[in-house]
Design a protein around this ligand. Structure first.
Ligand SMILES: [Zn+2]
Length: 188
């Protein structure tokens, strides 16, 4: 079901529809999509800066009027919603440089599990930390379940970055490229 119908050009061949007839519209399918994610906040013993509170970031992710959840609910007309938790801060003993994002994520999972959190019930894990030498603002599996955000600020996380990278996890690529590494939060 649901193949794309070519529009053709006025007066040319294509589907033999009556002049002015509307193009076929596929009936809306019942659909809803709830994703659970954790945002884990990390910093380093050598530079233990925690510029935003867990509560503030939880508001940004889930409850503020401009939250990531609100963004997905608005843009999906309520079909997609997000729930979850924010954990941390987890202060890591490992060095802040080089950009060992995978090892940092592993350490954060170990800390969360040691605190008694069961991570198996979550669809996505977002790891976020204050700015480092990592050469990107956000990085994500496409599709997948992992997002890394380099840059927790005094205002919290850049929500454009979080929403953008979660989109990659959901399988959405850029409009004209399959790259999934971003060098700027403003990048499309
Ligand atoms: Zn991207």
């Amino acid at each position: 079901m649901g193949r794309a119908e070519p529009r053709g050009l006025p007066g040319q061949g294509g589907a033999p529809t009556a002049q002015g007839a509307p193009f076929p519209v596929h009936a809306a399918r019942p659909y809803s999509f709830v994703r659970r994610f954790i945002c884990a906040l990390l910093d380093w013993a050598e530079d233990p800066e925690e510029p935003a509170s867990v509560e503030h970031v939880a508001g940004q992710m889930f409850t503020d009027p401009t939250s990531v959840r609100a963004f997905y609910e608005d843009t999906s007309y309520g079909k997609v919603t997000l729930t979850g938790n924010v954990f941390g801060w987890y202060t890591l003993a490992s060095p802040k440089s080089p950009c060992s994002y995978d090892a940092w994520a592993s350490a954060a999972r170990a800390r969360a599990t040691a605190e008694g959190h069961d991570l198996s019930g979550y669809d996505h894990l977002i790891y976020a930390w204050p700015s480092t030498a990592c050469p990107w603002a956000g990085f994500a599996d496409q599709p997948g379940s992992t997002v890394y955000v380099d840059g927790v600020h005094s205002f919290g996380l850049d929500l454009r970055t979080v929403a953008h990278e979660l989109g990659h996890n959901f399988g959405v690529g850029h409009a004209n490229t399959l790259r999934c590494v971003d060098t700027s939060p403003a990048k499309g």
